[in-house]
Structure formats: structure tokens, C-alpha cells
Design a protein. Structure first.
Length: 201
């Protein structure tokens, strides 16, 4: 019996040492830092067998406990946020329902008044209002066509003026060139006359 107890103790210590050695060689893909389900899978994988039971290290169990409590806190926070959002949405729905009722009332009023139009404070029939608007549009169209015609004629006149200016500039350049040539010829003649007088002297 004592032998069995000692053997049992040795096996447990050995399994603990093996578990400790395995913990020290944790690969980066298998850690206790993943999701909660992955952490449980990892602890189950790293736990040792004893007959039909699994032996889980205290450190892993405490880590799982802390992760579970943290997850519960997160879920509670999310539930509170969702409840707050639901309450806000419910308030908004009530507000929108009231607005919709108000809009329906306004719509019924507009439907009653749709056959009459107020134009400069005068209540007019729709047909008369349409005739007035068409008259204004026609008048504005006429003004626009007159403006376009004047603009085109002004554009033609401006083009003619630009062409005339270009011709005058060409004539001026030609006149300037001829004047310079005459000036050079007169300068040469004057120099020739000066040279002749010097030779005679």
C-alpha cells in the first residue's frame, strides 16, 4: 500500500515536472494569450492524464479563471452598452412616431391647400399661377436671346477691331523698317560727302 502511495506520488511529481518542462517550451502558436476557447483547448492539451482524469496545472487554471472573469466583464459591458443602445433606439422610435404623426397632419393640410397658391401674398388658382410663371419665363427667355445677339455682335466688332489693330501694327513695323533703311542711306551719303571733303583738303 505504501509502495502504491509512493509510486503514485512519484508519478504525480514526474507528471508535474513534465508539465513544467512542457510549459517552459511553449511554442508561439500555442499560448494562453488567444481567445478563451483556444486557452481551454491549450490547457486541455497540456494537461496530463491520470487514469480517467486530467491533471491541470494550478497556473493554467488560475489563468483560465482570470480570462473567464475578464471575458464575463467584457460581455457584461457589451450587454450594458446594447441595453443602452436599445433604450436610445426606443426613445428615437417614439420621437420619430410623434414626428410622423405631425408630418401626416401637415400633409393633410397641404393637400387641402394644394389647389391654391400664394403669390406675393395673393392667393391664386393653380392655372393662373402657371400662366404667370410661363409669362415670366418667356420674358426672361426673350431677354436672354437679346443679350446673346448683342454679345455676338460685340464679339464680331471686337474681332474686326483686333484685325484692324493687327494690320496697323504690321504697317507701323513696315514703316519703321523703311525709315531705318532711309536713315542708314542718308548716314552713308553724309559719310561719303565728309570723306570727299577731306580728300579735297
Amino acid at each position: 500500500m505504501r509502495l502504491n502511495k509512493r509510486l503514485y506520488t512519484v508519478v504525480l511529481v514526474g507528471m508535474g515536472l513534465v508539465g513544467f518542462a512542457q510549459d517552459s517550451i511553449i511554442q508561439s502558436s500555442e499560448t494562453l494569450n488567444g481567445k478563451l476557447e483556444q486557452q481551454f483547448d491549450y490547457v486541455y492539451k497540456k494537461s496530463n492524464n491520470y487514469q480517467t482524469y486530467r491533471v491541470v496545472s494550478k497556473k493554467h487554471f488560475e489563468h483560465l479563471k482570470k480570462s473567464s472573469l475578464d471575458s464575463i466583464k467584457v460581455y457584461k459591458t457589451q450587454i450594458n452598452a446594447l441595453n443602452s443602445k436599445v433604450a436610445t433606439t426606443s426613445n428615437q422610435r417614439d420621437s420619430l412616431t410623434q414626428e410622423l404623426a405631425s408630418i401626416k397632419e401637415d400633409f393633410s393640410k397641404v393637400n387641402k391647400e394644394k389647389n391654391n397658391v400664394s403669390f406675393f401674398g395673393i392667393s391664386l388658382d393653380n392655372d393662373l399661377f402657371n400662366i404667370i410663371i410661363l409669362g415670366i419665363v418667356a420674358f426672361l427667355g426673350l431677354l436672354l436671346s437679346l443679350f446673346i445677339m448683342k454679345f455676338k455682335s460685340a464679339k464680331v466688332e471686337a474681332k474686326v477691331a483686333v484685325d484692324n489693330l493687327s494690320k496697323v501694327e504690321d504697317e507701323y513695323v513696315d514703316y519703321k523698317r523703311k525709315a531705318m533703311e532711309k536713315e542708314q542711306q542718308l548716314g552713308r551719303r553724309l559719310q561719303d560727302e565728309i570723306n570727299k571733303h577731306k580728300k579735297r583738303e
